[in-house]
Design a protein around this ligand. Structure first.
Ligand code: HEC
Length: 156
């Protein structure tokens, strides 16, 4: 009986977590999309910093550059989904400018450039040539990160 009670408690606890998760979905307008976007962008920034560390020779570890580049490509694809309509006004602090949703065609161009340059980054990283990687990181930084931040992100 004791064992049965413990099991019931476990199931109830799991159900409570599931209920909370469902409630979270219902409250997605409460800044959740902004939080998610920032978390994804932080991961993008982390990958960029790690790649720059390799390019600058700050680490002896070059073996992970292809994996990091592939991670960046995944994040570039994920980033296509982090600007849902209306998420500039979802009750959270955001640095995203309303222009993203006012001029979706132009925004799409720069966000697709992110995917293209991340793809080039993977090719360069797989070549194992740090010079090629350096050029690809530079092009990504200029044509994706900076291009988008200059037009679509509030200045720091
Ligand atoms: C298509 C547009 C776009 C591209 C490309 C892009 N960003 Fe961003 N990024 C944004 C916007 C908009 C924000 C502000 C998000 C917010 O506050 O809701 C942001 C925020 C950030 C942040 C701050 C996250 C936080 O903690 O609030 C970092 C770091 C960042 N980007 C790094 C990068 C790097 C590095 C790249 C290139 C590899 C990149 N971004 C490419 C649009 C972009």
């Amino acid at each position: 009986m004791q064992k049965f009670k413990a099991m019931t408690r476990g199931i109830l606890a799991a159900a409570a977590v599931a209920t909370m998760a469902a409630a979270g979905t219902a409250q997605a307008s409460d800044g959740g999309e902004i939080k998610y976007r920032k978390a994804v962008m932080k991961a993008v920034g982390g990958h960029m910093n790690a790649l720059v560390g390799i390019v600058k020779g700050e680490t002896a570890n070059k073996a992970d550059m292809a994996a990091l580049a592939k991670g960046m490509l995944s994040l570039a694809k994920i980033s296509q989904n982090v600007f849902p309509k209306g998420s500039d006004a979802m009750g959270g602090e955001t640095d995203a400018l309303a222009k993203i949703w006012d001029d979706p065609a132009d925004f799409k161009k720069v966000s697709m450039a992110f995917v293209d340059h991340a793809q080039n980054l993977v090719t360069a990283a797989e070549s194992g040539d740090p010079k090629a990687l350096g050029a690809a990181v530079g092009a990504l930084g200029k044509n994706a990160c900076k291009a988008c931040h200059d037009s679509y992100k509030k200045k720091d």
